[in-house]
Design a binder for this molecule. Structure first.
Ligand SMILES: [Zn+2]
Length: 134
């Protein structure tokens, strides 16, 4: 049996989290300027120098580090911070915001309905067609 995160839930933690709230666990973010920009020493494990070259934009929900070159949104941050791939990222953010993930259980190769079977056949065919075009 596999635990599966329902499709309609996947974006919820990423959409709802405030990148600044999450990063405050790891970095001391200080406001610079008036447009929601903050700065801190880089909290990422790959960071070597000790200067505050880690910038966060709260309005855009993005960050960039001029020390180690990391930058992007919350998903990239969790990847660089914890080495997480996409699904552990969703679980971590849901946990951070106390959101309950409505897991579905599924068994590989065990289809519930004809519509699932149809979708699988369709996707397989599509993948094969894509292969052929390359
Ligand atoms: Zn850095």
């Amino acid at each position: 049996m596999y635990k599966r995160i329902p499709k309609q839930f996947i974006n919820a933690p990423v959409d709802r989290v405030n990148i600044v709230d999450y990063m405050n666990q790891y970095a001391t973010l200080k406001q610079v300027g008036q447009r929601g920009e903050l700065r801190a020493k880089c909290p990422l494990p790959s960071q070597k120098d000790d200067t505050p070259s880690f910038y966060v934009n709260e309005h855009k929900q993005t960050y960039v580090c001029h020390g180690c070159g990391s930058g992007g949104g919350i998903v990239t941050f969790l990847g660089d911070m914890h080495g997480y791939e996409f699904f552990p990222t969703i679980e971590e953010l849901a946990d951070f915001m106390s959101l309950q993930i409505p897991y579905e259980s599924s068994q590989k190769g065990n289809f519930n309905s004809y519509s699932d079977i149809y979708k699988t056949i369709y996707n397989t065919a599509k993948a094969e067609n894509t292969d052929r075009l390359q």
